[in-house]
Design a protein around this ligand. Structure first.
Ligand SMILES: NC(=O)c1ccc[n+]([C@@H]2O[C@H](COP(=O)([O-])OP(=O)(O)OC[C@H]3O[C@@H](n4cnc5c(N)ncnc54)[C@H](OP(=O)(O)O)[C@@H]3O)[C@@H](O)[C@H]2O)c1
Length: 238
């Protein structure tokens, strides 16, 4: 895909890799609808990036609000080419200490929210003459379980299943679906999580974003449907 003059939706655009994806897409001439709850952070990003970044205050777990926004923002004459389902969060604790509301929040955001938005965008993409691309941000936690992150694991494994099924369902409609499984990335994701020991040598958001751009820019009949990325040496002996 040539990213110039394309339209993208990036969820979780207010920080971390979502903000970096938005910057890299805009550098290549893509208009980005950036979704997140923190409107102040989105507005700060808009000041930095310019008019092609459109901030949208949104809780992706709110299916009614999403429906209204999608029907106001898009039509069959103004259709998104790219959907990056990136918004996500983690509450980490032993299973007998994790609160029910924490479990529900993770499922609602990391899994249901992705379904709510994707089901609204797919009909628009089916009408789009361009090849479109949906990229779902899972995690290495979508491929291997670890103590204290069982609920987060469940959402990220679930996203892998959703993505694999969608890739097979949508390929003949000219819609690519890719799922990313990153290891640890230096973002604010871990700020409120005491239970997980942070590695001193995490990946950079900018390197993850370069990979996203590469995957998007592949030729129309070339699909990278899954991609695992890790820090080579998370312990950094130097
Ligand atoms: N950092 C890592 O090591 C790592 C590794 C593998 C996978 N991931 C995944 O990468 C994705 C991005 O994480 P990050 O590392 O960039 O962390 P981050 O800096 O904490 O970003 C998370 C983003 O999600 C948004 N968000 C959270 N809940 C939301 C909701 N209900 N509705 C809309 N937006 C919401 C946040 O914005 P608001 O708070 O403004 O809503 C924020 O923009 C997540 O899915 C995470 O699971 C991260």
């Amino acid at each position: 895909m040539n990213l110039k003059s394309k339209i993208a939706i990036v969820t979780g655009a207010s920080s971390g890799i979502g903000a970096e994806f938005s910057k890299d897409l805009m550098k290549r001439g893509t208009t980005v609808y950036g979704l997140a709850r923190s409107v102040d952070k989105l507005n700060t990003i808009k000041k930095e990036l310019g008019e092609q970044f459109i901030p949208v205050q949104m809780d992706i777990a709110d299916s009614t609000k999403l429906e209204k926004w999608v029907s106001d923002a898009f039509s069959f004459h103004h259709t998104p080419d790219i959907l990056i389902n990136n918004a996500g969060l983690g509450y980490f604790a032993n299973v007998d200490a994790l609160k029910v509301e924490e479990w529900n929040t993770m499922l609602n955001v990391n899994l249901s929210g992705i379904f709510y938005l994707t089901r609204l965008i797919v009909p628009l993409m089916k009408k789009n003459d361009n090849t479109c691309h949906i990229i779902n941000i899972s995690s290495i936690a979508g491929l291997m379980g670890s103590p204290q992150i069982s609920a987060y694991n469940a959402t990220k494994y679930g996203l892998r299943g959703f993505s694999d099924a969608l890739f097979k369902e949508l390929r003949y409609d000219g819609i690519k679906v890719s799922c990313f499984f990153p290891g640890s990335i230096a973002t604010s994701f871990f700020d409120s999580i005491d239970e997980v020991e942070q590695h001193p040598n995490m990946m950079n958001a900018s390197d993850v974003s370069k990979t996203l751009v590469h995957v998007l820019e592949t030729p129309d009949n070339f699909l990278i449907n899954e991609i695992i990325m890790r820090p080579l040496n998370p312990k950094n002996p130097n």
